[in-house]
Design a protein around this ligand. Structure first.
Ligand code: ZN
Length: 183
C-alpha cells in the first residue's frame, strides 16, 4: 500500500526511531509499503519517519539512478550495487570516512528543495535485514550519501541541518511555507 509521505514541519521527522527488536507481520507490511511508496515517488531512499513511524528502519534503492554512480563492497570485495537493491536496513549503524565530498541532495519530505551537502565519501554500514541476518557493506557515491541521509532521518536529523548557512538562508521562505503546509 502506498503511504502518504510526511512533509517537513511534522514533528515525527524530528523523532529518534526506536530500535526494531522483533520482525513481525506489522514490520513486514511496513517495509512492503515503504518500498512501494519509495518506488512510486521515484526516491532513492525512505525512512520509517517519512511514513509516520519512528523506528530504526529504512529502505534504499539506487538502481534507477544511472547518472549518479554508486560503489559497494561486501567483505572487502567490490560488488554490483544493483544486485543488492532494494536494501532493507534495520537498526543501521554507520562508520564514516574522514574524507568528505560535496554533492546535491534532495528529500521526499522536502518537495522541490535541493542543496549541496557535505558527506563522508565512504561509509561502512552495519545493520540487520528482515530475516534478522546481519548486513554489512561499504559504499561510495550515491549509495554512501543515501545511507547517511537515511540514517540521519532515523535519528531525527534532516538534510537542512547539514546545509551551509547561506543555502539555508536562501531557502528560508520556502522552508517556512513547507512547514506551514502551504506547498
Ligand atoms: Zn530524506
Amino acid at each position: 500500500m502506498i503511504r502518504e509521505i510526511v512533509i517537513y514541519g511534522d514533528p515525527i521527522l524530528r523523532t529518534k526511531g526506536r530500535k526494531v527488536t522483533e520482525v513481525n507481520d506489522d514490520i513486514r507490511q511496513l517495509v512492503a509499503d515503504m518500498l512501494e511508496t519509495m518506488q512510486e515517488a521515484g526516491g532513492v531512499g525512505l525512512a520509517a519517519q517519512q511514513v509516520g513511524e519512528a523506528l530504526q528502519l529504512t529502505v534504499i534503492d539506487v538502481s534507477q539512478t544511472e547518472n549518479r554512480p554508486s560503489r559497494m563492497w561486501i567483505n572487502g570485495e567490490e560488488v554490483d550495487p544493483n544486485d543488492h537493491m532494494p536494501l532493507v536496513l534495520l537498526n543501521p549503524e554507520l562508520t564514516l570516512s574522514r574524507e568528505t565530498e560535496i554533492g546535491p541532495e534532495g528529500c521526499l519530505s522536502f518537495p522541490e528543495v535541493s542543496a549541496d551537502i557535505t558527506r563522508a565519501t565512504r561509509v561502512t554500514v552495519k545493520a540487520t535485514d528482515l530475516e534478522g541476518k546481519p548486513v554489512e557493506f561499504e559504499a561510495e557515491g550515491l549509495l554512501s550519501r543515501a545511507a547517511q541521509h537515511e540514517t540521519d532521518h532515523l535519528n531525527g536529523i534532516l538534510f537542512i541541518d547539514r546545509m551551509s548557512s547561506a543555502a539555508k538562508v536562501s531557502l528560508g521562505s520556502k522552508l517556512k511555507r513547507l512547514a506551514a503546509g502551504e506547498v
